[in-house]
Design a protein around this ligand. Structure first.
Ligand SMILES: [Zn+2]
Length: 511
């Protein structure tokens, strides 16, 4: 089922006999569903694919062929999302395994992605312009040998995760037109027009050729929803004990959107609103305007206090706060729209939100925290629904002190608000852009994405940094003094502070 299809329950009016017919059907459907889950999974293990057109003729069931095919589709949909969740989990496990080298991790990812079962040489094509459409001239070809041992390591990782297959517990019946038709009033079915119903569900039953008709009535909310999208022909029936509830399915269209960049990180600031890992800054004058509202609010607060009036009882004050909220809301929405239009990301990574700005007064901070957070949250939800953009929240600890080049974390990396300068590798960048890049790279790491405490995060960042320095990671640009390596080898520092102290004292000795 596509992400944009939403279900809305509709009131139906069926008698006991029809109720029983549906419950009998459901009980048989569930049995077959369970059987099909296992059949598909075995097929997946053998071929690497789910098979929507798998043969069902000889399956033992009271269901008609049409119902069986319907169940196959529903099972495949459910298994597909189960498999992709499992895949993400494996991805994280490989990624976060500290005993593996990056090269080894890559091989494991290749095995995962290509479902490799036997030792072989894999040919990988990289397209030049970073788009995955077909093979073009100038594409780079790489051959990677996948040794047997790694396939075994991969299999042992798979065994670590004890994932249970989905079951038929609490399933709904998602029925297509082959077994259940939605018939609107005033159609060729004259006999159905006798009553004051908006729709009829024409449902095939377990008895061959026999159909039952379930009448349904709309309410005003439902009418409004149908008006906003396309009413689909399929129907979902939910079950809770012997309670049966029919649902209309409405496709609320996703806007035409083709992303141009896989993932971006966004840093929220109260000076500039958004700094992006792509280097763009949006809402440049946000802070300035915010400050001007701030000044106005303080001034009015003082004046009212002088007159002995409580701010909340002043109409003027309330209007000012309202205007300020509207400003924040508009700026956030406007700039998000701009990002969608100009950058076109597929995935947005951001920090778990927390607005703070020491230079603004208490009231202003509160407005920003309360209003900004909820506006951003709801805007992101619409982006997800309308454009299919994924939103990933990462742990906010130390994003502003971490060097995106070498991974060194220290408060001295930030000698003033706007400029980031790494004390180890001399990497210089706009401070918010550096932070947004950290946010972006955190989006693929389970630990840095998670809700761990600051200490755990710092420890993880330190280990990452140590690895960078010791492996002389080629991805680090600029100068990392050979000293840094020697310090790790000779003194084995355990924290950034230790390391920084050693570097500092070394410098002093040299001078
Ligand atoms: Zn650095």
């Amino acid at each position: 089922m596509s992400k944009n299809v939403r279900c809305y329950p509709i009131q139906t009016y069926q008698n006991e006999i029809k109720n029983d017919l549906i419950l009998d059907l459901y009980s048989e459907y569930r049995k077959y569903y369970e059987y099909q889950i296992h059949k598909q999974y075995i097929n997946y293990q053998q071929t690497g694919y789910l098979n929507k057109s798998i043969d069902t003729k000889n399956d033992n069931s009271l269901l008609s062929e049409r119902y069986k095919r319907n169940a196959v589709y529903q099972v495949c949909g459910q298994l597909q999302s189960w498999l992709s969740n499992r895949d993400n989990k494996i991805k994280d496990i490989v990624h976060n395994n500290e005993s593996l080298k990056d090269k080894e991790k890559r091989i494991l990812h290749l095995i995962r992605r290509n479902q490799i079962q036997k030792e072989q040489t894999l040919t990988i094509l990289y397209s030049k312009d970073n788009k995955k459409k077909g093979i073009k001239k100038g594409d780079i070809k790489e051959e990677v040998f996948i040794p047997k041992e790694y396939i075994q390591i991969y299999k042992s990782i798979l065994r670590q995760i004890k994932w249970r297959l989905p079951t038929n517990k609490r399933i709904s019946m998602q029925l297509n037109v082959n077994v259940c038709q939605l018939i609107k009033k005033q159609t060729k079915y004259k006999k159905l027009n006798a009553h004051n119903f908006d729709y009829w569900f024409e449902l095939s039953t377990l008895n061959k050729g026999q159909k039952t008709y379930i009448p349904a009535k709309m309410n005003s909310y439902l009418k409004e929803q149908v008006g906003q999208g396309k009413l689909l022909n399929s129907v979902r029936i939910d079950f809770k004990g012997s309670l049966i509830s029919f649902n209309l399915m409405i496709n609320k269209e996703q806007k035409d959107y083709e992303s141009e960049i896989d993932s971006i990180g966004i840093d929220f600031g109260t000076k500039h609103l958004f700094a992006l890992s792509t280097g763009n800054i949006f809402g440049v004058s946000f802070g300035k305007q915010l400050k001007s509202y701030d000044a106005k609010i303080i001034l009015l607060q003082k004046r009212l206090q002088h007159q002995g009036i409580r701010p909340s009882s002043s109409k003027r004050y309330r209007r000012l706060v309202f205007k300020c909220r509207e400003f924040i809301k508009n700026e956030i929405n406007r700039n998000f729209n701009k990002i969608i239009k100009e950058i076109k990301p597929q995935e947005i990574a951001l920090e778990r939100l927390d607005f703070r700005h020491s230079k603004l007064n208490k009231t202003m901070n509160r407005i920003l925290r309360k209003c900004g957070r909820s506006v951003i949250k709801s805007k992101l939800q619409t982006l997800e629904k309308d454009y299919g953009i994924q939103v990933i929240e990462v742990n906010p600890a130390y994003t502003s002190q971490e060097c995106n080049n070498c991974g060194f974390v220290h408060k001295n990396n930030r000698n003033n608000r706007d400029q980031f300068k790494c004390q180890i590798c001399n990497y210089k960048k706009h401070a918010d852009i550096n932070a947004s890049r950290n946010i972006q790279s955190r989006s693929s790491c389970a630990v840095l994405k998670g809700k761990s405490c600051k200490r755990t995060i710092k420890k993880h960042l330190f280990d990452q940094f140590k690895r960078n320095i010791l492996q002389c990671d080629k991805s680090i640009t600029g100068f990392v003094s050979p000293n840094s390596r020697a310090i790790f080898l000779d003194f084995k520092p355990l924290t950034f502070q230790d390391f920084y102290g050693l570097i500092k004292s070394g410098n002093k000795l040299k001078v």
